[in-house]
Design a protein around this ligand. Sequence first.
Ligand code: MN
Length: 418
Amino acid sequence: MSSKALSTWVEVPVNSDFTIHNIPFGIYSDKSVKHRAASAIGEYIIDLYELAAAGLISVNREVLEQIVLNDFITLGKPSTTKVRQEIIKLLSDENSELKKNQGLREKVLKKQSAVNLLMPVRVGDYTDFYSSMDHAVNIGTMIRDPKNALMPNWKHLPVGYHGRASSICVSGHSFHRPKGQQKPADAENPVFGPCKLLDIELETAFIIGKATQLGDSVSTAEADDYIFGMVLFNDWSARDIQTWEYIPLGPFLSKNFASTVSPWIVTLEALEPFRVKGYEQVPKLLPYLQYEGNKNLDIKLDVILKTQNGEEHPVCSSNYKYMYYTMEQQLAHHTVNGCNINVGDMMGSGTISGPDPSEYGSFMELTWRGTKPIKLKDGSERKFVNDYDTIILRGHCEKEGMRVGFGECVATVLPAKP
Ligand code: MN
């Protein structure tokens, strides 16, 4: 049966991100459940522990009652893919035990709005790349030289840095505006205080599904075996702190105070139908970075600003397909020196900007360093993010009636702690 022919007996609202083609993985809690693995369909979560207890999916239920998915993912793709296929079958088969048994159905399907979605994995290590050419050109034009916006290495390797895992939070959290050193352009000495230029970075991240040993390298051809799935990722950034601190070793305190991820991991299998051709990469890359096939992805991305009064304002729309380097190239580069990776490691794409100014993935670019403020419907302006602003990322793929989405990645900024 072709995947396009799939349907489900569960009612799925039009434009739901959680169709039968998706079947992502996450962790939930509610009044009676401390933490369990789940999937999603329409407006419901699917309690995978209950499915396993009823013998309807082939997985040891112990790995489904952990606080994170790491043990489940460690079972390996043959096992997790089989579970996903079994869930799809239960939801599409009109005669499935899940459909027929009302008592079981009530234990398994719970309204997403009635549960809490928790951080899906324990992130051991987090890396962030810088792989959108439009973003790199915009930043290089702004802070260096419009004629030489890209550094000489940029088209030869996916530039990245090691970030901090401890401050990665799941959607729905709030955090205090960071404080730190800034050096105003006209001042001789640095000052200390709350960040004035708090920014977002519209990103996705991929999650490692298979560990390597120190010394091993993953080729571009093997990379997909090591990528479990993707999430939306908001890499919050303090631009004024960053400008002063980043020379010569790169971002530090301007990036490690908070990052937000969406709660559902959309598997690479679910994203496969949305593969598109990648950028033509000129000059030619070294052999270890070359790859074959369509390895980019057509994922529509949106950023919405919700002001304190609850009004939503569209900020930008971009697309993952604007990435110059693919995830497979990023992973091949990350491991080419023998750096080992672990299940749950998270690798950020870098800010994803498109060629049109409405497709820029940060306020830094959208307002061109604050020189062109964004006008909101209520008449107010934004150069960067204000206290009590909520930022919402959304992302989905759509093709021939198939839709696979990520849900939302939401966080609210609180005033700096006194
Ligand atoms: Mn970033």
